[in-house]
Design a protein around this ligand. Structure first.
Ligand SMILES: [Zn+2]
Length: 223
């Protein structure tokens, strides 16, 4: 069975290592006293590609394991080459989107904090401490949880879509909150309800919700 916590841990580990490296790199670029213009624009544009190499394979693996699990659950075979291709494409596109977005947000955040360094008479270690909030293990863990959820959900959806196509039947996706101490409060409303609006987990950062698929009842098949 897929061990999502293991995937989360793996992802959180590489992300916190990589984010720490990024913070050092950034502080180096900024210098002392910090000058935002010292950070090459190229860094904001493409700096995330160093992290991509670590994150993408983990997300791809999560997608594949999840696809395999749903395939076994419904005793349904799919073209495994197609699953692999889709997993690779999804992991690449999605990793790029998450990381480039991260760097875009860091750009504003770092710019604002360098301005405050001068306005408020911070020391360089005050600045480093402020920046660390966005580069620390808590942040890495949050991204890891959210993106593991997404990889698992997307892997399942791929196989389910194939199954629906071949059987000419619609499966019923039902939202299910994580049933442990980390139960998702924000998604509580959706728990146990059929997904009809096209919104799938994760619904927010740190969302650990899952989708349970059930076969349509005979009367529902007519729809
Ligand atoms: Zn949730």
């Amino acid at each position: 069975m897929i061990d999502r916590y293991e995937i989360e841990r793996k992802l959180a580990r590489v992300l916190s290592k990589d984010l720490r490296v990024e913070l050092d790199k950034l502080l180096n670029y900024l210098g002392d006293p910090p000058n935002f213009a010292n950070v090459p624009y190229e860094y904001w544009q493409n700096g995330w590609k160093d992290i991509q190499a670590d994150v993408e394979p983990v997300l791809m693996e999560a997608f594949l394991e999840s696809a395999e699990e749903v395939m076994l659950r419904f005793e349904f075979g799919v073209d495994w080459d197609a699953v692999n291709t889709d997993a690779a494409n999804w992991a690449r596109v999605h990793t790029e989107s998450v990381l480039s977005d991260l760097f875009r947000k860091r750009y504003d955040f770092v710019g604002e904090n360098v301005a405050r360094y001068f306005e408020e008479g911070w020391s360089i270690s005050d600045l480093a401490r402020r920046l660390r909030v966005w580069y620390d293990p808590v942040r890495a863990e949050m991204i890891a949880i959210t993106e593991t959820t997404r990889a698992v959900v997307e892997g399942e959806r791929f196989v389910i879509a194939q199954l629906e196509k071949e059987s000419d039947n619609k499966m019923i996706p039902v939202w299910s909150t994580a049933n442990d101490e980390r139960v998702c409060l924000i998604c509580g409303e959706r728990h146990g309800k059929e997904i009809t609006d096209g919104i799938y987990p994760p619904a927010h950062p740190r969302c650990r919700c899952v989708v349970v698929y059930r076969l349509p009842k005979p009367k529902e098949r007519a729809r």
